[in-house]
Design a protein around this ligand. Structure first.
Ligand SMILES: Nc1ncnc2c1ncn2[C@@H]1O[C@H](COP(=O)(O)OP(=O)(O)OP(=O)(O)O)[C@@H](O)[C@H]1O
Ligand SMILES: O=C(O)[C@@H](O)C(=O)CO
Length: 414
């Protein structure tokens, strides 16, 4: 095994796994801390946790347990994957988990790089940008769980960790891997514990990948993993075991992000689609059965039916005010979980799912412990195939993919 990844959420894990596979590493994703007796053959193992916003002690304990499992399999290098929009306030888990991993490995320095230029996440002078807008001026300012009100990664990291954070600016990145290594050595010598790596473009990913290719622990987004995997020079068709199983597809969309809204609008007119009623999710125990019957009744040889709770921000706000945000989202998630189970029982075996939480509940409800990673539909969204079962899923982060994502997922599975 070459690399062990500890990812703090579900679609984040699939995101990084997709980039590793695209660069020739045979990669498996395991959902939750793996059991002691599990035996897996792979170049990279990605352990997906739900540690982004859970209580700190739990996040640290799960991350350390994952590290121990990976070390017991002889894994030499480790990657702590968090969101390319950081998604962590001063009370957040990224700093403490990074510190715990460094301590456990006996290391005292690492890099911080939540970057993914292909999806518009760049870092300049240590400030994180989303599609050219500073993080704290992007939609992330209003995130319900982790509102990002600062874009300065050094400040964000200093506020929630034990050490000081420096920066390797893009001007150094432009000068190549040796210059970056020298800058990292200098920061370490000056007593910094973490270094934010700037990255504006693909060339910077290649450079940083070469510079940290041998680092014991790195942290950040899948752009950094892309650069490292390219530096390792993998080749071959690593996606073969994860290719989608043939069969019947359904789309379950529980994300209300801007991009998912656009994807639903683009798909709705071209295929059978049905909007989920939040009211009925809350009040009618048999609702999932009714939705399943509708999905099953759609033509099997046409485009996949879409069931969506996705709704624009104004409607979402009104629904949350009426029913309570936590109650509404829990009820919607419950219905999607029950719907997925019923559809699998009816022979559906391709699930295209939008939203991190929604993906988590669908995967859990289907009882899937791990995936082989297949080809990428869009950057950060590969098809994945349940280990030992003819069941394929495309798990999409809320804001990932282009407007035609739902069509593209089916095209790639055809
Ligand atoms: N119409 C709705 N009313 C209330 N809650 C909803 C509605 N539609 C979806 N939800 C809830 O909103 C949440 C969306 O979270 P999810 O993580 O699935 O998407 P996301 O936040 O866009 O994705 P990501 O975490 O990948 O960015 C879920 O809990 C879902 O059940
Ligand atoms: O890095 C990202 O943006 C995603 O992989 C993610 O973490 C989604 O929650």
């Amino acid at each position: 095994m070459r690399l062990g990844v500890i990812a703090d959420d579900f679609t984040g894990a699939t995101d990084i796994a997709g980039f590793l596979v695209a660069n020739g590493l045979r990669t498996v994703q395991l959902n939750g801390v793996p059991s002691a007796d599990l035996q897996i053959e792979a170049d990279a193992i990605v352990i997906s946790l739900k540690s982004r916003s859970c209580p700190l002690a739990e996040a640290v304990a799960q991350s350390l347990a994952s590290l121990e499992w990976l070390r017991s399999r002889g894994c030499p290098q480790f990657f702590f994957k968090y969101c390319s929009t950081f998604d962590s306030t001063p009370q957040g888990n990224i700093g403490p988990v990074t510190d715990a991993l460094l301590d456990a490995l006996g290391e005292d320095f690492t890099v911080i790089c939540p970057v993914l230029p292909v999806n518009g996440r760049t870092i300049y002078n240590g400030y994180l940008f989303v599609n050219g807008v500073p993080l704290d001026e992007s939609g992330m300012r209003h995130h319900p769980v982790t509102p990002m009100t600062d874009s300065n990664l050094m400040r964000l990291m200093d506020a929630q960790s034990r050490g000081r954070t420096g920066n390797v600016p893009s001007t150094v990145m432009d000068r190549g891997a040796d210059a970056v290594r020298a800058a990292l050595d200098e920061l370490k010598f000056k007593g910094f514990r973490y270094a934010v790596l700037d990255a504006l473009n693909d060339a910077h990913l290649v450079t940083m990948g070469q510079a940290v290719a041998d680092m014991r622990l790195v942290t950040g987004g899948s752009g950094l993993a892309d650069g490292m995997a390219r530096a390792w020079g993998g080749s071959g068709d690593a996606a073969s075991t994860g290719r989608p199983a043939k069969g019947r597809a359904v789309i379950l969309s529980g994300s209300c992000s801007q991009m998912t809204n656009a994807q639903v609008v683009a798909y709705r007119d071209a295929a059978p689609s049905l909007a989920v009623s939040v009211d009925r999710c809350l009040s009618e125990p048999g609702y999932a059965g009714e939705l399943a019957a509708w999905v099953e009744a759609q033509p099997a040889d046409g485009p996949a039916p879409l069931v969506f709770a996705t709704t624009p921000p104004e409607t979402l706000k009104a629904l949350q005010a009426r029913f309570g945000a936590a109650e509404a989202s829990a009820a919607v998630e419950r219905v999607f979980g029950a719907l997925a189970q019923r559809l699998e029982a009816k022979g559906f075996n391709q699930f295209i799912v939008a939203g991190g939480e929604t993906s988590g509940i669908v995967t859990q409800s289907l009882g899937i412990g791990g995936f082989h990673i297949g080809p990428q539909i869009a950057p950060g969204v590969p098809w994945v195939r349940a280990i030992g079962r003819p069941l394929s899923l495309a798990l999409k982060s809320g804001n990932f993919g282009g407007e035609r994502f739902f069509f593209e997922a089916q095209d790639l599975a055809a």
